[in-house]
Design a protein around this ligand. Sequence first.
Ligand SMILES: [Fe+2]
Ligand SMILES: [Fe+2]
Length: 253
Amino acid sequence: MLLNPKAKERDLKLKGAVQINHSSFFVFKDKNGKTFLKNGEDEKLHKSIVQKMIELNPHIARLLRRYKIKPVIDTRTLNELTNGHMNDTCNIAMGVYSILSNEIKDKVDKGTLKEASMLHDLGKVLIPSKILNKPAKLNVKERKIMNIHSTLGYELLKTQNLSNETLALIKYHHQNLQHSGYPVLPADKTSSDLGVQIISIADKYSALREARVYRRRLSRMEALLILYREVREGKIMPSVFNALLKYAELFDN
Ligand SMILES: [Fe+2]
Ligand SMILES: [Fe+2]
């Protein structure tokens, strides 16, 4: 694997992100199939990569127009998300996966899960920061805009050579077993997909254990109780929750 800051962005396809010595790096493949690492904290680079992704997919421009969102890329958000929440979600998802029984594990691909959890909230770079960082409850209109981040992430990454499985996990990471999450699932898709369940529970647990502008950081027990309520409501698979419980006991002190 090479660290090549001079590699031309136009020739590169994003494959995921990794954390090395507390610094984040995006993983790219060039047209010859060679893998490169690029520093994930380079704001200029971030901006040009995301700009390129927007140019490659006209559907993104249509979505932004429909929701009256300016195509402004919030690179600070991207840096914070990559180093914080997305990396944390990835670690929790990998932890939960490792605890699941072999019989359940066989139903999901570990590499796909890792890639998708590391990139799941990329669409937030296009959500206006006054909505993303609002220190109060979002109103209905703001909530609608916020909720398209998973679709935006999917559209941004659709042109980046990721597998359909990875893209589906990114698009549906806010879906649940009762199909009451977002975006709406097409008739042929099922949210009981184990990968969606693992990313979704890791995402929620990571978010609850972080302080947000509108609330304090919740304790391990408070976070687990909220998720247990979702198990009782039929939104989360009990086996996935039990694995998170074990993960939290072992690694989240
Ligand atoms: Fe999300
Ligand atoms: Fe998230």
